[in-house]
Design a protein around this ligand. Sequence first.
Ligand code: YYY
Ligand code: MG
Length: 149
Amino acid sequence: MDKTFLMVKPDGVQRQIIGDVVNRFERKGLQLVAAKLMMVSVELAEKHYGEHKGKPFYEDLLKFITSGPVFAMVWQGENVVEITRKLIGKTNPMDAEPGTIRGDYCLYVSKNIIHGSDSPESAKREIALFFQENEIVEYEKLIDNWIYK
Ligand code: YYY
Ligand code: MG
């Protein structure tokens, strides 16, 4: 099954919407296979956001993501990367449709609540950055027969 890395950012944790975010993916039918509340070190932040190094928002992004606890998760399901990016909405909350997480919960691009991997390759890379292999819990989700073909 496909996996992706999702993370409630420090603004989402402070605003106490971890539960709402988790609920959106659960009710869609996706499967949670790992989760933890943690601080992101500067070193980890630099690795995670390496693709943005040199961009005007990079330094502020590092400061923000290391400023408080995040809720890091791995979710599983067919086409989970594409589906979760859709549920999350556009990067800038001004462009994010109502009904998406960013469309419903935030106003400003640098405080956009949640991270989601943008491709299966980045999902693999980001999962490995944040989780040990033995932290990913493989288990059978018994209602999958009622969710998948
Ligand atoms: O993948 P996604 O989070 O939707 O956007 P990215 O283009 O990868 O940017 C990562 C992160 O950087 C974004 O979620 C907010 C922040 N950011 C910003 O503060 N200002 C921008 N103009 C673009 C991105
Ligand atoms: Mg991105």
